[in-house]
Write a protein that binds this ligand. Sequence first.
Ligand code: RIB
Length: 300
Amino acid sequence: MKILNFGSLNIDKVYKVKHFVRPGETIFSKEYQCFPGGKGLNQSIAAARAGVPIYHAGTIGPDGRFLAELLKESGVDTRYLRENGSITGHALIQVSEEGENCIILFNGSNYENGREFINQVLEDFGEGDILVLQNEISNLPYLLEKGAAMGMRILFNPSPMNESLKKTDLSGVTWLMLNETEGNDITGASDPDRITEILLEKYPQMKVILTLGRKGAVYKSAEECVYQPCFPVNAVDTTAAGDTFTGYFIAAIVEGKTMQEALRLAACASSITVSREGAAVSIPERTLVDERVRQLDKGN
Ligand code: RIB
C-alpha cells in the first residue's frame, strides 16, 4: 500500500500584525519571515515526520527549489515533483498577536498540474493505495474522480473552500477531513453533530473527521463516533495546525491504530505545531509527539 499526496507547495510570506488589516486600512508589520508552506507540502511533511513513507506530486517554479529540498530532508519521496518555468505558489499570511492567521493565496505553479501529468503519476498507483488531496491545485475534480475510479482510498481536506467545491461530488472520498466552517459551507449546518449527520446521510460510506478548533475534533462513520478534546497550549501561530493533524492522522491509520489513538496522536502533534512559528518548520518529529502523548497519558 502506497501513499500519494498530490498537493500544493507554497512560499509563505508571514507578517506579524497587531490586528488583521481592515478594508481601506494600511497597517505596519513589525516582523516579516519567509517560510516553506502549502497545505500539500505541510501534510506530506507531517506524515513523513510521523514516520510513514509518502510520495508528494506537484509543480514548483525555480524559486521553489528550497521547498523540494525540505521535502527530501524530511523524508518525503519527491520523484513526482516537477519544476517548470512559472512562479511558485505563495501565501501572504497575517499572524495576529493572539496567534490567529488569515491568508491570501497566489496559485502560481500549483495551478499547472495538467491532466497529462496527473495521468502519468497515477499510472504508478492502484487499488487500495491512499490519495491525499486538498483544494489548492488545479484539476482537483479530475483527481477525485480518477483516484476513486482506480479504487484508491481518498483522504480529502476541502481547504480552502470555494464555490465550486460546495457542489463537488464527494462520493469517492473515504476520509473527509474538514473544519467547522468548511462543514457549514458544504452542508449549510452549523452544529457539529448536524454537519456529520448530513454528510453521512449523503455519503454513507464516508468517514468524517471534523476538527473543532479549541473544542477538539470528532470522528464519525456509519459504525463509530469518537470525540477527542484538544490539548491546551500557548498558541503562537496556528498555521499548519490542521495540516499536522492530517499528516499524523494518516500515519496513525496506516499503522492500524484505533480511532481514539489516531485522534489523540494527531491532536497532540497539532498542539505542538501551534506553539511554534511558521508552517512546515513548526511540524514536530514523531519522537517528540510520542513523548508528549506518554506524558499526557500519565496526567502531566
Ligand atoms: O494550512 C496552512 C497553509 O495554508 C500555509 O502554509 C499556506 O501556504 C496555505 O496554503
